[in-house]
Write a protein that binds this ligand. Structure first.
Ligand SMILES: Cc1cc2nc3c(=O)[nH]c(=O)nc-3n(C[C@H](O)[C@H](O)[C@H](O)COP(=O)(O)OP(=O)(O)OC[C@H]3O[C@@H](n4cnc5c(N)ncnc54)[C@H](O)[C@@H]3O)c2cc1C
Length: 419
């Protein structure tokens, strides 16, 4: 079945693809991939740049059979690339299992999220791709290839920016289900973040510090998601007070769409994301950017943003600081180092945002920051630094050359970045 390719979820970009094809089975998928001159996979469209784009055919897995098979002995779930993390989470929870992390929005697909190194938050939580134990790829030659943890090429297989083929099946690590309580606090200053990062990000299993940069010195709120079976940090030691009412990450927005707060314990999948699965945003009046940098650069990163606060505030819905544990994936944004991530949800003003990106990039580059693959960043600046930031790039290229020798999955985005 074929339809127009349409636009991103944020409607900030129309895809250049001629059509979107949605096969209903693996054989049909293999036929579409091997028959296309240029082709790219499409997930739930939540990326903000042209990473998913192609001038040829886009392929979605939304009509493929859904699989969720728990292997208790190996502690993995075997699942379909096109399933959303929210649906997978619900199916795991029914069977008493959980993932180690969730992104802020549960509506994204497993394959799309993993491909761009989507992450949640937590000093002990690496990105979602680091919880992948195996991938099964249908290549542009129509072949079925399995790569699993321990294979020589596996560290190039999960965060692959859609360059290897269609991730049809993934095996993800699971653990017994757990409960999380989410509490929102007020009163944190950026000085405290700069001088006592460990105490701040150690407040909980997953910690998000929010601001809108209207105030250079104070954050607007801190969301602490704490596993109830593990000890948390000490908000009193930082002088924090519990928020008096449910909050949205961005000041002035209603909190109805947000996961339950107030310290009430609930299943991991209903607390780790910021937004509820049953709240389905059709499209978002927002743009996003994010940079991840070694934790050691956090204080300097805050200083860079304080210097840009007056320029950013008019274009911002909000800014969020999280942490992500080191990963192994060659194109992982946390490859080899524990990171702090600075995320920006912008108002939908593409020109103003585009003008700001190089300024943020210039401040962050000396700190070793890697921009989020799926969000808006200064692409020219990354093109100049991509070899330095991703020292395993040659191995990525070799793997891509093996699985997609005719380059059908190449696109302008990857070419511009020199990947
Ligand atoms: C509201 C919102 C909240 C977000 N929150 C977070 C967050 O908390 N943390 C974070 O890190 N990111 C976050 N993101 C970014 C988001 O996780 C990424 O954009 C992610 O890639 C979206 O997945 P998708 O299914 O929409 O993929 P798409 O945007 O459709 O595609 C992304 C990439 O994956 C590839 N791809 C898709 N499906 C397949 C497949 N089956 N096989 C091979 N390649 C495939 C595409 O070719 C493309 O390169 C957020 C985005 C939004 C809009």
């Amino acid at each position: 079945m074929s339809s127009p390719a349409g636009a991103t979820w944020a409607k900030n970009l129309e895809y250049s693809a001629r059509e979107l094809v949605e096969p209903t089975g693996v054989e049909e998928l293999a036929g579409v991939l091997s028959g296309a001159d240029r082709v790219r996979m499409l997930g739930s469209r939540h990326s903000f740049n042209r990473v998913a784009d192609t001038t040829g055919t886009m392929v979605g897995l939304g009509r493929m059979p859904v699989q969720v098979e728990v292997d208790e002995d190996r502690r993995v779930v075997r699942t379909s690339g096109g399933i959303t993390f929210g649906e997978l989470g619900a199916r795991l929870q029914e069977q008493g299992w959980a993932l180690h992390a969730m992104a802020s929005l549960p509506h994204i697909t497993v394959a799309g999220g993993v491909s761009t190194d989507t992450h949640g938050s937590g000093d002990g939580a690496p990105s979602l791709a680091e919880g992948v134990a195996a991938v099964e790829v249908v290549t542009t030659g129509g072949e079925h290839v399995r790569l699993e943890r321990g294979d020589e090429e596996f560290d190039g297989a999960a965060v692959s920016l859609g360059m290897l083929g269609a991730l049809v099946t993934l095996e993800l690590d699971i653990e017994p289900t757990y409960d999380v309580a989410q509490t929102v606090y007020d009163g944190l200053t950026w000085e405290q973040v700069a001088t006592d990062l460990d105490a701040v990000t150690g407040l909980g299993t997953s910690v998000s510090v929010f601001t809108d940069w209207l105030d250079r010195d104070r954050t607007t709120q801190v969301w602490v998601k704490q596993r109830v079976d593990r000890p948390g940090g000490d908000p009193d030691a930082l002088g924090l007070t519990v928020a008096g009412e449910p909050r949205h990450p961005h000041r002035g927005n209603r909190a109805d769409s947000c996961t339950e707060q107030g310290g009430i314990p609930g299943p991991w999948l209903d607390r780790l994301p910021h937004f509820r699965l049953e709240f389905t945003p059709s499209n978002g009046a927002e743009l996003q950017s994010e940079w991840l940098m070694p934790r050691a650069g956090a204080a300097a990163g805050v200083e860079v943003l304080q210097g840009l606060a007056a320029q950013m505030a008019p274009v911002l819905h909000g800014c969020e600081m999280r942490t992500v544990a080191a990963g192994r994936q060659w194109l992982g944004m946390t490859q080899g180092v524990d990171c702090v991530a600075f995320h920006f949800t912008w108002r939908p003003e593409q020109a103003a945002v585009t003008a700001l990106l190089p300024r943020i990039e210039a401040g962050f580059a000396p700190l070793g920051a890697r921009p989020h693959w799926a969000k808006l960043f200064a692409e020219d600046a990354l093109a100049g630094r991509v070899h330095e930031l991703y020292p395993q790039l040659a191995r990525v290229r070799a793997l891509r050359g093996r699985l997609d020798p005719r380059g059908a999955l190449r696109n302008d985005f990857l070419d511009r970045l020199g990947i």
